[in-house]
Design a protein around this ligand. Structure first.
Ligand code: SAH
Ligand code: SF4
Length: 391
């Protein structure tokens, strides 16, 4: 392949077939794993210690094979192998963008596929993970929202995305090696396919595993959950996960937001903003990220920028402006660079950080809102998309 070619399509397929039917230890909470080990014959008194040992093998060392778990007795390892599997989703394809972004298509039970995107930056490496196959919501600018087929991912499938990315990045620690402080995968954003707060328990359990100090060990400050605004679950996110929150805001009037983010009809701006006001205190986090997709002639005027600043007054916030990423059949256009800059300027002058998100991995359709697995062919017609958008 010549050096100029921006995309390298790798045929990496790691076989991860698991014996049918055996429970997968990946994704179990510590309590559930303890009960499962006891049910398989582990003496109750030892169960907590065994969970600790197995947990470290799986999440600290990245080990999948019971035979390698050398601090467990041989018989015990055999018992584990008879009763459980340690399995992560299968990577079907891996694409690398000209800008270094990696997109993985992973296959989960039932033959569904979801996309996972790794974005390297100078000071961090962010993994964008999915929480559902498709999305039940129908935001009119979002490609995922046009996909018909939906199911919630299990906690195992959610944390499994982090594990396959670490496999690919070669980031599991090697015994005896010096501690690596500069992680390739240092941040997680729940900004892939799906609405994470419609799959609350599984997302919570998976993120608890990601944060667990005996395993992957990511600080809750390095995990950001993005929601379209499922108000009743926002307080729970603060209490039960405590991660950073991003909100898909995208409009400054209910009239426009109803069209762009239809969940707004259920929980309109005033109700949403109320829920957001309590978030930083309850979760002890710093700032809420307001995501704002820039759509030409729809939500991008100076008046919008001023209204936005007014609405979020008093909330510790950062506003992330996202140039709209186009997809086939999309009913919108991206605002011009000048318009985005003028909008950003108003926000900046009001005292808010207003970074403009550089689209990453566009050449491999890995940018925000472009994710949609090729296998999920059933999708709405153009006419249906336009109708949903109220156009
Ligand atoms: N369902 C969640 C998380 C996934 S979407 C949510 O809506 O917040 C992640 C972000 O990408 C959201 O802010 C979403 O609004 C934005 N997005 C969706 N489609 C987009 C597109 N075509 N261009 C730019 N951003 C998009
Ligand atoms: Fe679902 Fe988020 Fe896309 Fe809306 S923007 S359709 S909530 S994935």
């Amino acid at each position: 392949m010549d050096a100029q070619t921006p995309i390298t399509q790798d045929l990496l397929t790691i076989p991860r077939k698991m014996p049918e039917g055996l429970p997968n230890l990946v994704g179990m909470t510590r309590d559930v794993m303890r009960d499962a080990l006891i049910a398989a014959g582990t003496p109750e008194k030892q169960a907590k210690m065994r969970v600790g040992q197995i947990w470290q093998w799986i999440y600290h060392w990245g080990v999948r094979d019971f035979a390698t778990m050398t601090n467990l007795a041989k018989d015990y390892r055999a018992m584990l192998a008879e009763n459980f599997v340690v399995a992560v989703p299968e990577v079907v394809t891996r694409q690398v963008s000209g800008d270094g972004t990696r997109k993985y298509l992973v296959r989960i039970a039932g033959g569904h596929e979801v996309e996972v995107v790794y974005i390297p930056e100078t000071d961090r490496g962010t993994l964008c993970i999915s929480s559902q196959v498709g999305c039940t919501l129908t935001c009119s600018f979002c490609h995922t929202g046009t996909q018909k087929l939906v199911r919630n991912l299990t906690a195992s499938e959610i944390i499994g995305q982090v594990m396959v990315a670490r496999d690919d990045l070669g980031e599991w620690p090697v015994p005896g090696a010096p501690k690596d402080e500069t992680r390739l995968l240092s941040n997680i954003v729940l900004m892939g396919m799906g609405e994470p707060l419609y799959n609350f328990e599984n997302v919570r359990d998976a993120m608890k595993i990601a944060m667990d100090p005996d395993g992957i060990q990511l600080s809750r400050r390095r995990i950001t959950l993005s929601t379209s605004g499922v108000v009743p679950e926002i307080a729970r996110t603060a209490q039960e996960i405590g991660c950073q929150l991003a909100i898909s805001f995208h409009a400054t009037t209910d009239e426009v937001r109803d069209k762009l983010v239809p969940i707004n009809k259920r929980w309109p701006l005033a109700v949403l903003l109320d829920a957001l006001r309590s978030y930083p205190k309850v979760s002890n986090s710093e700032r809420i990220t307001f995501e704002y997709v820039m759509l030409d002639g729809v939500n991008d005027t100076d008046a919008d920028a001023r209204r936005l600043v007014k609405l979020i007054d008093g909330i510790p916030a950062k506003i992330n402006l996202i140039p709209f990423n186009e997809w086939p059949g999309a009913p919108y256009k991206r605002s011009s660079n000048n318009r985005i800059r003028a909008f950003a300027d108003i926000i900046y002058k009001a005292g808010y950080a207003s970074p403009i998100r550089t689209p990453r991995g566009e050449d491999i359709m890995a940018a925000c809102g472009q994710l949609k697995s090729a296998t999920e062919r059933a999708r709405k017609s153009k006419a249906q998309i336009a109708q949903d958008a109220g156009l």
